[in-house]
Write a protein that binds this ligand. Structure first.
Ligand code: SF4
Length: 222
């Protein structure tokens, strides 16, 4: 949980009362220090409010999701409990937009209090989702695209307002040290100069964990 150390107990909490489901597309185990500290399992879910010109998950998002309850997910991934606890890792939710499934995470969190939960998100979601996510997730990996409103709109098909507002909110609510922000170079949409401006703005906001990288455009991304 945010603001607290993970409690290392020997048993999983069995107090599940509701069973909201997560639209599971894929699981990827044994990710070593890819999503911050520790060994993690990536849990990919369906749905995304954005329409990025080069969607890196387009093939994944065309699959038919399998609805899964929190307890069913725990059963699938608990084989790696020792890895998670020994390394400070856990589950990373992505997709798609992780923050579309807040009811599920709120039901899942008490079942695995010892695991780090990380959300991969664009933050282009209603404020209420960001507020509830701040209470559930230990870390956020934010794919910010660009902080230039015109580039953002042209690339994603949506206005940047909610993303920017939620970024400011999370910095205030959970602290910039819990955020990793990814800033891509997107061929045909931004250049080094635009990207630098985004990085400088993020640094002024207090974000220090900034990953600069370049999109490699394949036919399946278009
Ligand atoms: S945010 Fe990610 S999943 Fe959504 S359209 Fe963009 S690249 Fe695809």
């Amino acid at each position: 949980m945010l603001g607290s150390k993970f409690k290392h107990t020997e048993r999983f909490n069995s107090g599940e009362t509701e069973s909201p489901t997560f639209p599971l597309l894929a699981l990827a185990r044994h990710r070593f220090f890819i999503d911050g500290k520790g060994v993690t399992t990536l849990v990919a879910g369906a749905g995304c409010p954005l329409s990025c010109a080069y969607c890196i998950n387009r093939e994944l998002l065309t699959r038919t999701p399998k609805p899964i309850t929190p307890r069913e997910l725990i059963e699938k991934v608990r084989i790696d409990d020792l890895y998670f606890r020994a390394t400070g890792g856990g589950l990373t939710f992505g997709g798609g937009e992780a923050l579309l499934h807040i009811d599920f995470y709120e039901a899942l969190r008490p079942l695995c209090p010892n695991w780090k939960l990380t959300a991969e998100t664009s933050l282009n979601v209603p404020r209420e989702s960001a507020v509830r996510a701040a209470r559930v997730f230990d870390a956020f990996i934010i794919d910010i695209k660009s902080l230039d409103p015109d580039i953002y709109l042209r690339y994603t098909g949506r206005e940047i307002g909610e993303t920017l507002g939620n970024l400011e909110y999370l910095i205030e609510a959970v602290g910039a040290e819990r955020l990793t922000v990814r800033v891509p170079l997107i061929p045909g949409f931004n250049d080094e100069s635009d990207r630098e401006k985004t990085r400088e703005t993020l640094e002024r906001m207090g974000v220090s964990d900034i990953e600069m990288f370049e999109y490699v455009i394949r036919k399946t991304n278009r």
